[in-house]
Design a protein around this ligand. Structure first.
Ligand code: GDP
Length: 587
């Protein structure tokens, strides 16, 4: 059968695509979700994603890109094999919780931070660049897969490789599989870091087998998956891991043009006292310089200062570099694309246009980081307790996080949405309000502006200076998520001697109390011999013609039962009354 060709815009909102495909929008959203894209009706997806989804839906339809009058002049695309100069690789580290992502990043950064410690890193930074064999590598310290997804969804495929961290003593776990899926979907190279090889329980052959089950076949088994065995604890294998990342970069031949107006993506934004809005931008192409005019979302800056993520002042930043930018009029948003323009007037106009567009367009806008987090959050299981942890120093932060992680159980878990050293920032407060997370602060105080923001957004910020008191608080919150314990206590039993009425919802019968006592109201199970026929509610009790509240062993009585499904009661069936209470549990 000939395929139909449908022209669509790129990007296109989910709703518009559903209309074009003549599909219910829920079906499209469902299919997107299956493919790891969380998008609501008004959010836009790019052409490639639309095409994949249409393929998955087995529709006899070919999509074609409509040439739009509004050309997306500033949209960011990952430049692979483009002309230009070589650029450093941008790497995200992902994997199952506790498999050592943070430790690995810290260990990799270790050598480098040692050098720059004098600069005093006070704020957790979501990206940084290190140097290995005199070559730069940019790591995205993604607080969770949400951030990675947000960056990806933005059409800005800024990540070149994903290091999937798997603990040698734990093996492939659900989030490992999820990380692999993310990387594949983004079309980026996967490098597997088998971590914790120093541990006794490490079982590397078994892990390689599990990786093979995910279609990641190691070289020694004839595949081409790069696997590096490391220990974040001892530092073993780290240098080799960095070598491999650079090798991947060489193979991919990563390039970017530096002679074009700079563009990039805001990957973090926060307020700093005395400095105002600080954005961390990841440069995609071009060189960004101090004094440049740059537009990000609906705000703009004359760049007052540029700093490397080690907080060294710099005068310009090149592709793949994460850079702290100050001078913005307002706080740009995580996920905003930024681009340099020629003068202040253009910057102001572009920002203004964007502002108006946002206002008018309302929901018809590109998906932003916080929205994405919110969407993902909605799909989370109810037994997760989202938190943001802030502490005075790295040591206490690690202790708080480690202690909190020990509270996780199959029934309720703490989800650390983000964490960091330093006071609670505006961006923490924003994330908390969009994810519903509680912010825990350890040994820190709260700036006035954050207090105001928290009270406006009804965000709960809880400050502690005794670790076990903080942990106890988390325990109480987790306990609230535990399903209550159901306790059933037998009351008494009745042997049915006569049935007076049976409908789908009601039974009236009489009989003799064989054990215990009957009371009303109560729950009851109906038995024939050993078989349980169903559960009913005792709604009325009679001794002779009189309504009564209780009847005792040996007495005859009448029962009025409410049932949700028809039970054909017979003589000599037994009705066991019981009380059912739900009792809240504690950890
Ligand atoms: P994340 O949740 O993936 O970021 O994991 P973390 O980096 O927080 O590590 C979880 C736990 O594993 C911490 O207690 C670390 O000290 C420990 N850990 C991480 N890497 C290693 C390693 O290579 N060897 C050992 N023995 N422990 C490690």
């Amino acid at each position: 059968m000939a395929q139909r060709i449908i022209e669509i815009e790129d990007p296109i909102t989910v709703g518009a695509l559903a209309d074009k495909l003549l599909l219910p929008v829920s079906k499209l959203i469902g299919e997107l979700m299956k493919n790891g894209v969380m998008a609501t009706v008004n959010e836009r997806i790019d052409f490639d994603t639309a095409q994949i989804i249409v393929g998955e839906l087995n529709l006899d339809i070919d999509l074609a890109k409509k040439s739009t009058s509004v050309s997306n002049e500033n949209s960011i695309r990952r430049k692979t094999n483009a002309s230009g100069d070589s650029r450093p690789p941008v790497v995200a580290v992902m994997g199952h919780v506790d498999h050592g992502k943070t430790s690995l990043l810290d260990a990799i950064r270790g050598e480098d931070t040692a050098k720059s410690e004098a600069g005093g890193i006070t704020q957790h930074i979501s990206a940084y660049q290190i140097s290995h064999n005199d070559r730069a590598i940019t790591f995205l310290d993604t607080p969770g897969h949400e951030a990675f997804a947000a960056i990806r969804e933005h059409g800005a495929l800024l990540t070149d490789a994903v290091v999937v961290v798997v603990a040698a003593d734990d093996g492939v776990k659900p989030q490992t599989v999820e990380a692999i899926r993310f990387a594949r979907k983004a079309g980026v190279k996967i490098i597997v870091a088998i971590n914790k090889i120093d541990k006794d329980g490490a079982n590397i052959p078994q892990l390689k087998q599990q990786l093979a089950e995910q279609d990641l076949l190691v070289e020694e088994w004839g595949g081409d998956t790069i696997v590096v065995e490391v220990s974040a604890k001892t530092g073993q294998g780290l240098s080799e891991l960095l070598d491999m990342i650079l090798l991947v970069a060489d193979v991919e031949d990563l390039k970017a043009d530096v002679n074009v107006p700079a563009t990039g993506l805001v990957i973090e934004a926060h307020f700093e006292q005395g400095r105002g809005p600080v954005a961390i931008g990841l440069i995609d192409e071009g060189m960004i310089k101090k004094g440049d005019y740059v537009v990000a979302g609906s705000t703009y800056a004359k760049i007052r200062s540029l700093e490397s993520t080690n907080r060294d002042l710099i005068t310009q930043a090149s592709p793949s570099m994460p850079v702290l930018i100050t001078g913005f009029k307002e706080l740009p948003q995580f996920g905003d694309e930024f681009y340099v323009v020629k003068d202040e007037k253009t910057a102001r106009n572009k920002a203004q246009v964007m502002f108006q567009q946002k206002k008018h367009d309302g929901s018809r806008r590109d998906i932003g980081g916080s929205e994405l987090i919110r969407i993902i959050n909605r799909t989370n299981k109810v037994n997760e307790f989202p938190v943001i942890i802030k502490a005075d120093v790295q040591g206490s932060l690690t202790s708080v996080i480690d202690s909190i992680k020990t509270l996780d159980s199959d029934e309720a878990t703490v989800r650390i949405v983000s964490s960091g050293v330093g006071s609670v920032s505006e961006s923490d407060a924003h994330i908390a309000s969009s994810t519903g997370a509680v912010i825990y602060g350890f040994n820190i105080s709260l700036p006035q502006n954050i207090k105001r923001l928290a009270s406006r957004d009804k965000t709960s910020i809880r400050l502690y200076d005794v670790i076990y008191e903080l942990i106890d608080d988390v325990k109480v919150e987790l306990s609230k998520l535990l399903p209550p314990e159901i306790i059933e206590t037998d009351l008494g039993r009745l042997i049915v001697k006569g049935i007076f009425k049976t409908t789908k919802t009601e039974i009236i019968c009489g009989g003799e109390v064989s054990t215990g006592k009957l009371i009303v109201p109560a729950m009851a199970s109906v038995y024939r011999g050993k078989d349980k026929l169903g559960e009913v509610q005792v709604v009325g009790l009679r001794r002779g013609p009189q309504e009564t509240k209780e009847v005792f062993e040996g007495e005859m009585c009448g029962l009025n039962l409410a049932t949700s499904s028809r039970i054909e009661l017979q003589e000599n069936d037994e009705i066991q009354l019981f009380a059912r209470e739900s009792v809240s549990r504690h950890l």
